[in-house]
Design a protein around this ligand. Structure first.
Ligand SMILES: [Zn+2]
Length: 330
């Protein structure tokens, strides 16, 4: 009893020097606030004309400015993209926890009809979005060019909700519901729904096949895929975040700048979507250098976002709460 009382007394002891220092800081702060109140705009005078003028931070009731120029000189206009913008694009996070919002129409093409001769595809039914397919062609052509063998077989691409339902029920019938829940995404929760994902398998000229594990000659693909816009989506050491065990055969397209940044930072998509929120339009922007190009990236909550007036840029929702703008600056 007496011991705890003594500890409490010791806890409230404050050095007179600390009190003096705190007093001085408070006085300085009060002076600064009064000065700024008397001189509106004071403190902002060191910002050169034409540079970044912050819009309204989220949470404020004041309307945001319609036109704003970023620090690096990108003229932008506030644009309402509509709610669907949050749920579409190369950066959408899809999992059992964050289900896919199925659009009315998806731009999908047959890999079989559009691929190069550097790899195989299971059949004519394997579909992918056009941009990831072009990136896959480049990646596999370069894999062969640097000495790889023609043995890679794309066995899965886009999946409909119905097909994922079938896979889930099949796994549940064969191995039980618990096993299915652990190893198979639920309908709506597979990122294969996006058309941005491929699963690789091996097919050998003697007619045999095998699992793709990303080792041996295939380590080239797993360590270079970001240069083509792909990431190895499910790594064993991220299972607690992704909910999915190690899958060295499952590749997700996110575009070259973001794939490069994700690999550099060692982040899975769950972490990366969080990380991008640190770069709101009204704050510092993220700069990414990838593939000999430089990109300026920002995040805007909701679907009312600042878009560049010109130049090359892409827009993607995160499938959670906002939109990411990726702008090529050189
Ligand atoms: Zn997969």
């Amino acid at each position: 009893m007496s011991r705890s009382r003594r500890r409490r007394r010791r806890g409230v002891y404050i050095s007179p020097f600390l009190l003096l220092a705190a007093g001085l800081i408070l006085a300085a702060l009060a002076g600064y606030l009064i000065w700024n109140g008397l001189h509106p705009g004071g403190g902002g005078n060191d910002i050169p004309a034409g540079s970044f003028q912050p819009g309204t931070p989220s949470g404020s009731d004041e309307p945001r400015k319609e036109h704003v120029t970023t620090d690096s000189g990108i003229a932008c206009t506030l644009t309402d993209l509509g709610e669907d913008a949050v749920y579409t694009g190369d950066l959408v996070l899809v999992s059992n926890a964050v289900p896919y919002h199925f659009p009315d129409q998806q731009d999908l093409v047959s890999i079989y009809e559009n691929k190069t001769s550097s790899y195989y595809v299971r059949d004519m039914e394997v579909l992918l979005c056009p941009v990831p397919l072009e990136a896959l062609n480049h990646m596999m052509d370069d894999f062969i060019a640097q000495g790889g063998s023609k043995t890679v077989n794309v066995v899965a691409g886009h999946r409909t909700r119905e097909f994922q339902q079938h896979l889930f029920e099949q796994s549940s019938d064969q191995n039980g519901l618990d096993h299915a829940k652990e190893f198979v995404a639920q309908p709506g929760g597979s990122e294969h729904h996006t058309g941005l994902v491929i699963d690789l398998y091996l097919y050998f000229s003697n007619g045999t096949s095998g699992d793709y594990d990303g080792t041996g000659e295939y380590a080239w693909i797993n360590s270079h895929c970001q240069e083509y816009g792909y990431v190895v989506r499910y790594a064993g050491d991220k299972q607690s975040l992704t909910g999915i065990a190690d899958e060295p055969w499952h590749f997700r397209y996110v575009g070259v700048p973001h794939a490069t940044e994700m690999v550099e930072k060692g982040m899975c998509l769950e972490e990366y979507i969080d990380y991008l929120r640190q770069f709101p339009f009204d704050g510092d922007h993220l700069t990414i250098e990838a593939g000999g190009k430089k990109y300026e990236v920002w995040y805007d909550a909701g679907s009312e976002v600042y878009l560049p007036d010109s130049g090359n840029y892409t827009v993607s929702g995160n499938n959670v709460d906002g939109v990411i703008v990726t702008c090529e600056v050189s």
